[in-house]
Write a protein that binds this ligand. Structure first.
Ligand SMILES: Cc1ncc(COP(=O)(O)O)c(C=O)c1O
Length: 400
């Protein structure tokens, strides 16, 4: 008999998978309405233009689509992404940027290249769970920094850092614009304060920005990357990740990473052992889609569409204000909430599933001391009718 007792790597001895992916099994229950995953609305996928780009890519550049490509990405796509960054107020050279298989891969490559087991990273409290999972599987110590309705509380962060030797925190990971899970957008003064802290305490910042283009209220705020040149000692400390997942389609798996040359070159080497290159056909489709201006044409409608869904959801949740407080976002896909009276969101979810509605209990988003009453709703995927019905079901879950 073959011995099936394997010797797993330490991080996989007793691994815990994503709490959000665990919820997937309930999605197939008949009639379920999900406010759980951060999925874009399928009705917003620009299928005609993507189909045209896919067809044109294969017809006009079959070899680029079907052959292996350079690990850092097809030049045609990198040019388009550099132009996109310029439109977002952060001009970069084509060579400053590499294509990744979703921005999730960018994070994974950075962890491989920059950090060793046991080193300390800082995350927002709460933060994106797949980042927590990636840090933990890499054997890193994850510390968390306080946030409020505007995002990272930089005054408290300054106090926290002042108690530690300079350099003991190697890196801070944050989603400063329409955060997952809180939807918060960090104001300009705090962005500048954060960059100053990075310079003073000698840490790098990973700015994860998949949602920044989906603003439906308030004024634009420059990215940390764009601001880093203005703050003494901060240039070169911001590594920027972004993605087409939320604005075009996650099925393309196109993300990108912008980092100083020494870091980027090492990420390219790390990527060689992960997937050799991001699917070239998907890259070519993305390049043609962007070159055609299709994303620029689609963005205003996307932001408006998500803004309307968010407004609809907030209007519905207003009726639950005795039992639930929520933070209205200015963009992105999420509403963060907190049950009043110490109601446990995981127990609430059990009742909600019986009513055929889902959300994500907040515990999964905390590196430590989870807030059991918190929860995250995504308003992005359900239709207006489903939002109304889903909120009515939530109401019943609260036994109102
Ligand atoms: C903050 C954040 N970063 C990264 C990702 C992953 O994006 P991608 O599909 O580009 O890998 C997500 C997806 O939900 C996210 O919310």
């Amino acid at each position: 008999m073959t011995d099936l007792t394997y010797r797993f790597a330490p991080a996989f001895q007793a691994p815990t998978g994503s709490a959000i992916r665990e919820l997937f099994k309930y999605l197939s229950l008949p009639g379920m309405i999900s406010f759980a995953g951060g999925y874009p609305a399928t009705s917003f996928f620009d299928q005609p233009n993507l189909a045209a780009a896919a067809e044109r890519a294969l017809r006009d550049s079959p070899v680029d689509c079907l052959q292996y490509a350079a690990t850092d990405g097809l030049p045609a796509l990198r040019e388009q992404l550099a132009a996109l960054m310029a439109r977002r107020g952060a001009p970069v050279a084509v060579d400053d940027l590499m294509v990744t298989t979703g921005s999730q891969q960018g994070l994974d490559l950075l962890i491989k290249v920059l950090l060793s087991p046991g080193e300390h990273v800082l995350v927002e409290r709460p933060t994106y769970p797949a980042a927590l999972q990636a840090f933990r599987l890499a054997g890193l110590a994850v510390d968390s920094a306080a946030t409020d309705a505007q995002g990272l509380d930089t005054e408290r962060l300054a106090e926290q850092l002042s108690t530690q030797p300079r350099g003991s925190i190697r890196l801070l990971y944050c989603v400063p614009t329409f955060a997952n899970p809180t939807g918060a957008c960090l104001p300009l003064d705090r962005r500048l304060a954060l960059l100053t802290l990075a310079a003073e305490h000698d840490f790098l910042i990973i700015e994860d920005d998949p949602y920044g283009a989906l603003r439906f209220a308030g004024d634009e705020v420059p990215s940390l990357l764009a601001l880093s040149a203005q703050v003494d000692g901060a240039a070169g400390r911001v590594i920027h990740l972004s993605s087409l997942s939320k604005v075009v389609a996650p099925g393309l798996r196109i993300g990108w990473l912008i980092a100083p040359a020494a870091i980027r070159q090492r990420c390219v080497i790390a990527k060689q052992t992960v997937d050799l290159c991001t699917a070239p056909w998907a890259q070519q489709i993305a390049a043609l889609y962007l070159a055609d201006g299709a994303l620029e044409r689609a963005l205003p409608g996307l932001a408006q569409g998500y803004g309307e869904k968010c407004a609809r959801m907030l209007a519905g949740l207003e009726g639950l204000k005795e039992v639930l407080e929520v933070s209205p976002p200015q963009g992105g896909m999420f509403i963060w909430g907190r049950c009043r009276g110490g109601v446990d969101a995981t127990q609430l979810l059990q009742r909600a599933i019986e009513q055929r509605v889902m959300f994500v209990p907040g515990g999964a988003f905390f590196a430590d001391n989870p807030d059991a009453s918190s929860l995250r709703f995504s308003f992005a995927a359900p239709s207006h009718v489903q939002i109304d019905e889903g909120v009515a079901r939530l109401r019943r879950s609260f036994e109102l």
